[in-house]
Ligand binder design. Sequence first.
Ligand code: VG1
Ligand code: CO
Length: 571
Amino acid sequence: MSLNFVGAQATMPFKSILVTSRTYEGQKPGTSGLRKAVKVFQQEHYTQNFIQCILTAIGPKLKGCTLVVGGDGRFYAKEAIDIIIKIAAANGVRKLLIGQNGILSTPAVSCIIRKYKLNGGIILTASHNPGGPENDFGIKFNTENGGPAPDTVTNTIYNLTKKIKNYSIIPNLECNISEIGIRTFEVHGSEFIIEIIDSVNDYLELMKSIFDFQKLKNLLSSNIKPFRVLINSMHGVTGPYVKRIFIDELNAPLNSVVNTTPLVDFGGGHPDPNLTYAADLVQTLKNENYDFGAAFDGDGDRNMILGAKAFFVTPSDSIAILAENLNSIPYFQKSAVKGLARSMPTAASIDKVATSLNLKLFEVPTGWKYFGNLMDAGLLSLCGEESFGTGSDHIREKDGIWAVLAWLSIIAVNSKSIEQICFDHWLKYGRHYFVRYDYENCESEPSTKMMKVLEEKITNSDFIGQKFESDNEVFEVKLADNFQYVDPIDKSIAKNQGLRIIFTNGARLIFRLSGTGSSGATIRMYVESYESSPTKINLDAQLVLQPLIQIGLEISKLQSYIKRTEPTVIT
Ligand code: VG1
Ligand code: CO
């Protein structure tokens, strides 16, 4: 961390005032953070209330604590950081570390909290949701283990928002966040410190301690046959990180990285790394001679991995293949792999690897926060979600750039193409075909009704054993429930985590309502089937899954409830 002093030390003592507020409904953090339209956050007292409640929820450790603040640079982030500075100072926070210009990826925040043993961090992002004045803003709060606040903490924050009457603020305390360095302010007779830090340094150092950068450099900048990569930051936060890592450190050609300037509105795009929203990456890979492609979401915790000609690696396969090859990565050579985990809707490819490696496999609800306790207890090394989330216990967040470096490490060792690696994996373990249908921006009421009726139907005792037929394929129900998770460490219970229908042949249908939308409802239908025969592992996923998709639509009556025939996005 740089320790330059910027400008003169502020000498004027600052005093806080108490501002009378009003409560707002709906400040309930979802799967990860509070996400709403920018216009909602811009309402008088709205952002101030939520920040005050985050700080109050820290409890006795608040006075004198140090927090890190940063985000994906989206519209309204600078205003929010200004509010955080003023409210944190008034509440007795001792120090804020702030990313230069407010830029810090979600994995970098997790890294910084852990490295400097901070009390937590505030991340200004709505992740993969679009940005700009007409789109979304969001605030995530991470606790001292570096991970997303668990349900107990977010429930406390939410309860506070329902009864907040006023907040403390120092309206005239200003700080320029564009220059690296330290500034101190005198607040109520104590020192309040703001340190503006380089956005990339700490994260880069961590990556260097995990991977063999020399080996990766040889792979990407070989004079004989360089491995050609195309990395697309989608104008999200990862731009400065990929430039430093792939261009400056690993010497990849300059045209290996694109869309690396973080923009307040992500250039009008949807910063979600999937085949629909990263269509330009897919097209370029199809048309040109690249060996590898990757994209990230707005805040840098998601990743999509593509091979030559845009061969798509499903996130569920990605995590399984990484698990199988962890010995290619120095970090995992140093300490034994503990356990593996996936979120419930994620396809079970990794389960097969866990069995083969004799490792414990945990199945947790959707959301990275559920992996944290297992990692803290030393039970978990590698985990992933079908929603393009991949990560390990190096931090407590999913980590897009880490995933790319992990894949490149495997390639550097075994010299196979991405497609060949996947094919060989399926040959050994069989293939888990997977697809997710998202119906975005549905009306809340019919969506909730659909879920309620479906739950009643599938939890009725006569549902088990029922047979469904489509395209001459028969699926018999083995188990059906509303998924519930008991945390093995603190025994906390997470209920209502998605409706599951598991068939006797291992196929699964899952229905969930998203917890990251900013308005209305998004219904997700997850469809998975398993094929072990070598003649059936290289088929088109959409075709293979069609019969099961039809059964899912039929059982749920989804289309008639929400009056739609097509999903918004298929991943
Ligand atoms: C989605 C994903 C989930 C992920 C969450 C946060 O949640 O499905 O797997 O952990 O987003 O990711 P939901 O409730 O909409 O299904 V991020 O990158 O948006 O912070
Ligand atoms: Co994200």
